[in-house]
Design a protein around this ligand. Structure first.
Ligand code: NAP
Length: 252
């Protein structure tokens, strides 16, 4: 019998890496996708295997359709796809909208929105009972930014995550009768390297005292919610957008 596989995009660092560790600890075979940092992906795969889990690292930029197709063909080679965590995401340097180039907007939407759509498309083609699949689960990574708008920082990122909220609801309803559940987790301020990649390495420390719980969240705390949504424990949950933000931006 073909082994069941779960793909975690951007699974090599931060929230994605924690999801990979937890899914593997629960006995799932994990395909750890990454874009550039092969060292981090290989290290994580080694760690998972040493703990008795099963994982494979696959390079691929989710913003490039050819890479997405290759990622899913690798999954086909390794087993039967039963889950996707659409986790890969990027921010950019703080800019006002009147300073944003088309190049920046293209990267922002290609990775955060088109990448999630392309991966969801490939997952549905494999998992939907309509296409002969055996069902599965998709979890998308949104952000509290979709409600805050992120003015003077990255309205483009916030808008891209708004698209993820809407995609989650629409796709969930589209495939509800086809054995696939689609949900999203919407993190608040989480202590990962994403802030440094947006030119704000001290963001967590600076914001901490203004957060409702007076602290940022950890990658593990977000991963626990994702793993629940990926499991049968959430079997009647679909189209849900779960705020894992310590109370930040919980009001509409
Ligand atoms: P992170 O620490 O910066 O890690 C990003 C991961 O995504 C890395 O594994 C990276 O791989 C990969 N990646 C980047 N661009 C990619 C691409 N084009 N194709 C495939 N993989 C790519 O990020 P994080 O903080 O864990 O964030 C994970 C998700 O949560 C994102 O969608 C983010 O928007 C969302 N989120 C995060 C926060 C937060 O405060 N951290 C808050 C709200 C939402 P390489 O190492 O190879 O580049």
């Amino acid at each position: 019998m073909s082994e069941e596989i779960v793909i975690v995009t951007g699974g090599s660092r931060g929230i994605g890496a924690s999801v990979c560790r937890k899914l593997a600890a629960n006995g799932r075979k994990v395909l750890v996708n990454f874009a550039q940092n092969a060292g981090a992906a290989d290290k994580l795969v080694g760690e998972i295997r040493a703990a008795g889990g099963s994982a494979v690292a696959i390079q691929g930029d989710v913003g490039k359709e050819a890479d997405v197709l290759n990622l899913f063909s690798e999954a086909d080679r390794l087993g039967t796809l039963t889950g996707l965590v659409n986790n890969a995401g990027v921010v950019d340097l703080s800019r006002r909208v009147d300073e944003m180039s088309l190049e920046r907007l293209t990267r922002m939407f290609s990775i955060n929105v088109f990448g999630s759509f392309l991966c969801a498309r490939e997952a549905v083609r494999r998992m939907s009972t309509r296409h002969g699949g055996k069902g599965g689960t998709i979890v998308n990574l949104g952000s509290a930014a979709s409600k805050l708008g992120s003015p003077n920082q990255y309205v483009d990122y916030a808008a891209a995550k708004g698209a993820i909220d809407t995609m989650t609801v629409g796709l969930a309803l589209e495939v509800a009768q086809e054995g696939i559940r689609v949900n999203a987790v919407r993190p608040g301020i989480i202590d990962t390297e994403i802030h440094a990649s947006g030119g704000a390495p001290d963001r967590v420390a600076e914001l901490q005292s203004r957060l409702p719980m007076k602290r940022a969240g950890s990658a593990e705390e977000v991963a626990d919610a994702i793993v629940w949504l990926m499991s049968d424990l959430s079997s009647y949950t679909t189209g849900a957008i779960l705020d894992v933000s310590g109370g930040r931006a919980i009001l509409p």
